[in-house]
Design a protein around this ligand. Structure first.
Ligand code: DGJ
Length: 748
């Protein structure tokens, strides 16, 4: 078992081939001693416990004055222990006291990984894949019990942590902070990598040196947000994509989060992650329990790339679930940028007819199919078909689409409501709104109170009726605003601090019900683009709309950044029309497709407007993606050249298939360079001993062979793939702006 418990010394060691996580009990308090690369198991690591007088620190107890929480790190720092840093736990009694004294009561070790009730979490398919330690701490005065749950995966460099807070006493308590866990990677010689941005420029990679104090990412928007993804990494200054240490942290949660990196005055770095304590409280009556979300720690000794690939594997196959988990995703066409709200049934079918002829497999009807939805000012909430636009209903449209040999998908935005709807008139109390206060709009819409189970029931029934009314095989679940005036009109005063989290639990419950009722449906989550692209969502929907920005150049940065944590199988990526609707840039159809291949792939434009040669190009793109989507979506992804480096003019990445037999390499150059020198890009992940045939996609047969011989993996990884113009066939359009090239490598 990769969990060793040395009872005599109170030492707990969680490990696998890649990592070790060690903590020990000192006077009954668990202190984290080490987290990093694997070390051999030992009975005693107590020399790591700093035990000396330090000015201004507070002793752990009268018996143990030389040990201080400030100089060690508690496994679950709580208020009252004088840790002097932001705590993981803050619980208040009715008398207002929040001083606790949580000490070790016991532990259990089990094979496998238990589920988290009501919350998304990673899982195992066989108990041999992981072991789980549950450490119980109790406070005698309040009767508070805390179960710290740690799972170490046997074959992935990943530890999952979560906490269950139980009131075993006789008086009511209020949880004011309950984080998921803490990790102490040791010293402070790190840089922080985060995924930051805003709408339409989500998840840009930002790397900064650590400084003393607290730093990190958070959301107070009600959803995980476009601004700060619930992910961060700590890397050594010398860490690259393929070398050096990288510690990744990912919170499996979709609401208000906070991930802090705290560097204290003694050069210790501590990561805390969980539900954002701001605006949060949760009443805990005797006998009740509160379950935190799960946080994942990923350790890589081989750079950011290996960290990402471990997260990709876990998210792809031990977080995502359902019929679509392991299936290559259908190539779709979505009508949003083609028609916006202005469509008829015939227009949709015309678009679908062209798309079907080109080999596209799924037609998705986006926003605008329901009553009063001719623009974004009205209509959300009643979920009734607009028969003026769709005279034969969704069922009739789906039949016509199916008749073309395509599947049919539909857009919904369950959590929102527009003024003037029947549901609002009948249930004004279902809208989040503080009495007497202004009701603040965003995109003219308001938020339904999904913390109220009656709202979840209403949406379950209404949406089940809609989905059941047609042959629907895909749902795009949108959510287009951040929360402002959060007040539940149906919850009591003591529950108001719980509304944001209870809302997210309501969203998860609705997803669960619809997912179980319609198990064959492929769900894609969306939040005004990538505003809720997080691991919590991936548990219910294996793919997410990455960004509303579909410009090929912008997407290089967005998809690169997103890939730090998330697999290509989860990234919605479409070819859209030019000039691009977000940045008005004109990029070639080839580059748009060459970028969109690295995701779930689809089109979001009016296919009837294609010129004849564009149709043929798209036909070839669709055929290419059908041939290689299994490799691309389920292979191992390597980032080669960063669009965030230097002037950001180049980008390259590749995917390596099973058995390292095939690989696809993509190279992009945004602007033509003047008087540039030789250009090559070093590949990764290949078998150095194997030889590969290298062919360039889209270059005519006979000219596509990039080398006149097979090339060794070693040469491709150490010298690099030759990109200079002379080496390419005469049809290579290597000059000008917006160049993209795709290479297929096959082991010979
Ligand atoms: C925002 C989404 O990101 C878009 O793709 C589109 O579905 C619109 N909402 C529709 O309102």
């Amino acid at each position: 078992m990769p969990i060793s418990v040395h009872e005599a010394t109170g030492t707990f060691h969680l490990y696998n081939n890649d990592l070790s996580y060690i903590f020990a009990l000192v006077e009954g308090y668990p202190f984290q001693l080490y987290y990093g690369a694997r070390v051999p198991d030992e009975e005693d690591f107590s020399y790591l416990v700093t035990e000396c007088w330090m000015p201004s620190s507070v002793g752990a107890s009268a018996e143990c004055e030389l040990v201080s929480f400030e100089h060690l790190s508690g496994e679950y720092p709580f208020v009252g222990a004088d840790d002097m840093r932001p705590p993981a736990l803050d619980v208040r009694t009715a008398s207002g006291c929040n001083v606790l004294n949580l000490v070790y009561r016991g532990h259990t070790v089990e094979r496998g990984k238990p589920a988290l009730e009501g919350l998304p979490a990673t899982y195992v398919e066989d108990p041999s894949e992981a072991d789980t330690l549950t450490l119980t701490l109790t406070d005698d005065v309040t009767g508070l019990a805390v179960d710290l749950v740690y799972t170490v995966f046997a074959h992935e460099p990943v530890i999952a942590r979560s906490a269950r807070i139980r009131n075993t006493g006789t008086a009511a308590l209020t949880v004011e902070t309950a984080l998921s866990g803490t990790f102490c990677p040791g010293d402070d010689r790190f840089e922080l990598v985060e995924l930051a941005g805003s709408w339409s420029r989500e998840r840009h990679e930002v790397r900064t040196p650590l400084r003393p104090g607290a730093q990190g990412v958070y959301s107070l928007r009600g959803h995980s947000s476009h601004q700060f993804n619930p992910f961060l990494a700590l890397v050594r200054p010398e860490t690259t994509e393929e070398t050096g240490e990288a510690y990744g942290f990912s919170l499996v949660y979709s609401g208000n989060h906070r991930m802090l990196v705290d560097v204290d005055a003694y050069g210790t770095t501590r990561v805390t992650a969980g539900i954002n304590p701001e605006g949060f409280s949760w009443p805990l009556a005797p006998g009740e329990a509160f379950q935190t979300p799960e946080v994942l720690g990923v350790y890589s000794a081989d750079g950011l790339g290996a960290m990402s690939r471990a997260l990709h594997r876990v998210f792809r196959s031990r977080l995502s679930r359902g019929a679509w988990r392991d299936r290559p995703r259908p190539i779709l066409i979505n009508n949003w940028e083609a028609t916006y709200f202005d469509f008829t049934e015939d227009k949709l079918v015309e678009v679908a007819r062209v798309a079907a002829d080109l080999g596209i497999e799924l037609f998705v009807l986006d926003d605008g199919w329901f009553t009063n939805r001719n623009d974004d000012t009205a209509g959300l909430g009643d979920w009734e078909v607009d028969y003026a636009k769709l005279p034969h209903g969704l069922g009739g449209l789906a039949e016509r689409i199916n008749g073309l040999g395509m599947d049919f998908g539909l857009w919904i935005e369950p959590e929102m409501v527009s003024p003037g709807t029947r549901v609002w008139a009948e249930h004004p109390e279902w809208v989040l709104h503080a009495p007497g206060q202004p009701l603040r709009p965003s995109r003219h819409q308001y938020v339904l109170d999904l913390s109220n189970p009656a709202v979840v029931d209403y949406l379950t029934d209404r949406l089940s009726a809609v989905i059941g009314s047609a042959n629907i095989s895909y749902i795009k679940w949108d959510m287009n605003r951040s929360f402002a005036d959060v007040f539940s009109q149906t919850a009591g005063a003591e529950r108001q601090g719980s509304v944001r989290h209870a809302f997210i639990l309501g969203v998860y419950e609705l997803y669960r019900r619809l997912g179980e009722r319609f198990p064959q449906i492929l769900f894609e989550s969306c939040a005004g683009g990538g505003g809720r692209f997080d691991p919590g969502m991936l548990f219910y929907a294996p793919q997410a709309w990455t960004s509303d920005d579909t410009d090929a150049v912008e997407r290089l940065r967005i998809q690169w950044g997103t890939s730090l944590a998330y697999p290509l199988s989860s990234m919605g990526s479409h070819v859209s029309a030019v000039p691009n609707h977000q940045v008005f840039r004109q990029t070639p159809l080839k580059m748009r497709a060459d970028v969109a291949y690295f995701g779930t792939f689809g089109y979001e434009l009016d296919a009837t407007a294609f010129a004849a040669e564009e149709r043929e190009a798209v036909r070839a793109q669709v055929a290419f993606m059908k041939r290689y989507r299994g490799l691309i979506q389920f292979g191992e992804f390597y980032r080669l050249r960063s669009p965030f480096a230097g002037r950001g003019n180049e980008c390259a990445w590749m995917v390596v298939g099973e058995g390292v037999r095939e690989a696809i390499v993509a190279y992009y150059r945004v602007l033509q360079e003047v008087n540039a020198g030789r250009r090559q890009v070093r590949l990764a992940g290949l078998d150095p001993e194997a030889r590969y045939a290298v062919r360039e996609q889209g270059v005519p047969e006979g000219e596509a062979e990039l080398y006149r011989r097979s090339v060794s993996g070693a040469e491709l990884m150490r010298i690099g793939l030759n990109l200079t113009d002379e080496s390419c066939g005469q049809n290579f359009s290597g000059r000008g702006d917006f160049i993209s090239r795709i290479f297929v490598l096959e082991r010979v």
